[in-house]
Write a protein that binds this ligand. Sequence first.
Ligand SMILES: NC(=O)c1ccc[n+]([C@@H]2O[C@H](COP(=O)([O-])OP(=O)(O)OC[C@H]3O[C@@H](n4cnc5c(N)ncnc54)[C@H](O)[C@@H]3O)[C@@H](O)[C@H]2O)c1
Length: 259
Amino acid sequence: MRRFDDQTVLVTGGTGGQGSSHVRAFHAEGANVVIGDIDAERGAALADELGARARFIHLDVTDESSWSAAVLAAESAFGALTVLVNNAGVQNPPALIEKTDQATWSRILDINLTGTFLGMRAAAPALRRATGGAIVNIASTMGLGGTAHYAPYVASKWAVRGLTQTAALELGRDHIRVNTIHPGVIATPFIQEPAAGATAAIADFYSPEPFAIPRLGEPTDVTRLLLFLTSSDASFITGSEYVIDGGLLLGPALQAETA
Ligand SMILES: NC(=O)c1ccc[n+]([C@@H]2O[C@H](COP(=O)([O-])OP(=O)(O)OC[C@H]3O[C@@H](n4cnc5c(N)ncnc54)[C@H](O)[C@@H]3O)[C@@H](O)[C@H]2O)c1
């Protein structure tokens, strides 16, 4: 018996660097997987690769009707929906607050925050029909402190924390657990390619060298934590925040001269 046999998992941003790793791992552990994303080409290719227990659904997380269709598609294809991973997210082009236009602010908040709200709102009744399940909202280490030049993203990820804790309180009695994961810097297109409107990618100026574990995170690092949090091994965990950052939030690991 695999950990996710007879379960159905919906992953938003499911074709991205981390999302596709999550989708593949849930599938390998027995789950039916619903890949929600706006990238239809990559979504269809991943669903084809995985076969009968996988579906791609065109899901723009900012769109209410797109969400109803995704949940309906998951239930019609596979029966009960038991896990939702709100993973879709975008970064703003770096800029001071005073140089950040309202359209950029709204776009980042719409995808990262409103998308997570709409996802939980659409999926909660389905998880209740399944008699319980788990939601994980992907936040960021940037949701635990300030970061210059990233105000929209930082604000969106801080807000996801409050939303998550509120949902955990509202859904606990229905056997639905809700937690956040806060990745540090993970090697995906998110850091390897410039954000929309930006000229440089994060990987062009960020180095993990000063930190306790001096490497970039891999998508599979986050996937392993996600599978634990959504599995029955985590049945007493809700409203909690999991940092996975190789020590980034600790600050530089200064190597003192020793005798
Ligand atoms: N990579 C990192 O360093 C890092 C660090 C902390 C947190 N995160 C978070 O991890 C999550 C996954 O990011 P990633 O690293 O895999 O990035 P990625 O760019 O590889 O993937 C993001 C995915 O989201 C999808 N997406 C964008 N807008 C969407 C929308 N409106 N509706 C549906 N899907 C949409 C994209 O098509 C893409 O597949 C994001 O929430 C991101 O904020 C990433």
